[in-house]
Design a binder for this molecule. Sequence first.
Ligand SMILES: O=P(O)(O)OC[C@H]1O[C@H](OP(=O)(O)OP(=O)(O)O)[C@H](O)[C@@H]1O
Ligand code: HPA
Length: 180
Amino acid sequence: MISQDIQKVLIEETQINERCKELAAQIEADYQKRGQVPVIVGLLKGSVPFMAELIKRFTFPCEIDFMSVSSYDGTESIGDVRIDKDMDLSCKGREVLIVEDIVDTGRTLREVKKLLKRKGAADVKVVSLLDKPERRVVEIEADYIGFRVPDEFVVGYGLDYNQKYRNLPYIGVLKPEVYR
Ligand SMILES: O=P(O)(O)OC[C@H]1O[C@H](OP(=O)(O)OP(=O)(O)O)[C@H](O)[C@@H]1O
Ligand code: HPA
């Protein structure tokens, strides 16, 4: 059982669901005012559970797409951001809402925002389930944040360690022996 590898739970599933409700209401109010049909772009793979929980609460018209970018090897940021899969839809002249699982160093977000702006997106906003501000090396903030987390490597609810633990329904910290 993967839950045996967890040292502590930081954020319970019920807290995540509650926060998703609040975030969805806030985003809905903002986008309704704008009157456009935004493209909601999930960054694979970590954003999948959060995106699913969030978008089912939207009642405004929107389109969904995904991008795949990689920037981590184990617990280490490789410093470089690689685009493995681009959006299928065009973002030219569109309002884009990026869905992230975590903003850590900020490098991924900087590169993805840069790319979408270069491709002509009219507006790029970001919603992230987690924010780890102590680790930031790039000056960037998400527009909507679920929870702030301390400077610890977290897993669950989409977040992985070496591709595992994404399916945990909560956010937790692994036992140190798992990294050995
Ligand atoms: O702020 P940063 O330091 O750039 O880190 C945040 C990014 O790192 C993780 O992606 P990863 O490359 O591990 O891909 P994944 O979503 O498939 O796990 C996470 O999903 C964010 O996209
Ligand atoms: O704390 C983290 N956990 C999982 N993936 C991550 N990518 C950046 N930071 C993290």
